[in-house]
Design a protein around this ligand. Structure first.
Ligand SMILES: Nc1ncnc2c1ncn2[C@@H]1O[C@H](COP(=O)(O)OP(=O)(O)OP(=O)(O)O)[C@@H](O)[C@H]1O
Length: 252
């Protein structure tokens, strides 16, 4: 099965002289949810910028839906949707207009877009906000609009930065349900988050980055085992980072 996302020995960053990422290799298969975790400054956002094609590798490669950006720009770009931590919306477009615009950009038929919009608005309790402009929305509501846009597209690869921050408990549940649905339709999901218990419960795989290198990866159980059999992912993360900073090898 072609991976939805495949990083092979990706070395990259903001200057050739001082790379941020060092030979990062991992993949996400259709229907899988992978959590990307690491301390502040570990390189998660830099990895995402490379995946989105906003930065080019110094060496190694990134494939989305089986293609490199240089091979097929249109396929690459239309195969992923990204929800950043900070919502960025057009001030003059209403919520419904954002969704319509996204649907057009991704070539989704208008009737289908309308149907998906109505369903997403119900799921995220945003029915009454469809006619509102971003300025009149709360922070969490803006985040919901970003999520609704990405879910409307239902792309092969969905990348979400800190998905649960700022969402109320019902919206969090709605998002978890919507992500499950997206997975069952075959979307691969990459979540970057500091909220480890949420990932421990839901991720198929984890990638632990430290100073731009992968220090552990695998299922949550495998990562806990690699950290010396820690009881929780929080404990495992602390142990792995501690060992990496002491310059030690694998724990256990
Ligand atoms: N625009 C930039 N120019 C130069 N260096 C940068 C830039 N953005 C980030 N960096 C550096 O790249 C490294 C990785 O940063 P990155 O933003 O990828 O971390 P992160 O894991 O996403 O952190 P956080 O959890 O705080 O969001 C850090 O050393 C940071 O200082």
């Amino acid at each position: 099965m072609t991976s939805a996302l495949e990083l092979t020995k990706l070395t990259g960053g903001y200057s050739q002289r001082k790379p941020v990422l060092h030979e990062v290799t991992f993949s996400v298969k259709p229907g899988e949810l992978t959590g990307l975790i690491g301390l502040n400054g570990a390189g998660k956002s830099t990895a995402i910028k490379h995946i989105l094609g906003l930065m080019l590798p110094h060496s190694g490669e990134v494939k989305v839906a089986g293609v490199r950006l240089a091979e097929d720009r249109d396929k690459y770009r239309s195969s992923c949707a990204y929800v950043p931590e900070q919502p960025s919306l057009f001030p003059n477009l209403t919520v419904a207009e954002h969704l319509r615009w996204t649907a057009m950009a991704y070539g989704i038929d208008a009737a289908e877009a309308e149907k998906r919009t109505a369903a997403l608005a119900r799921t995220f309790r945003m029915d009454k906000a469809l006619g509102q402009l971003p300025d009149t929305l709360s922070k969490g509501m803006k985040q919901k609009v970003m999520l609704m846009n990405a879910l409307l597209v239902s792309p092969p690869l969905l990348i979400i930065d800190e998905p649960f921050l700022g969402l109320d408990p019902l919206a969090t549940r709605a998002l978890i349900g919507a992500l499950e649905e997206a997975r069952s339709r075959g979307s691969a999901i990459l979540l970057s988050s500091h909220i480890l218990p949420a990932l421990e419960r839901r991720a198929d795989n984890l990638v632990v980055l430290h100073q731009g290198r992968i220090i552990a990866s695998g299922t949550p159980e495998q990562v806990k085992a690699a950290a010396g059999g820690q009881p929780t992912l929080d404990d495992a993360f602390e142990a792995l980072v501690g060992a990496a900073e002491e310059g030690g090898g694998p724990l256990g």
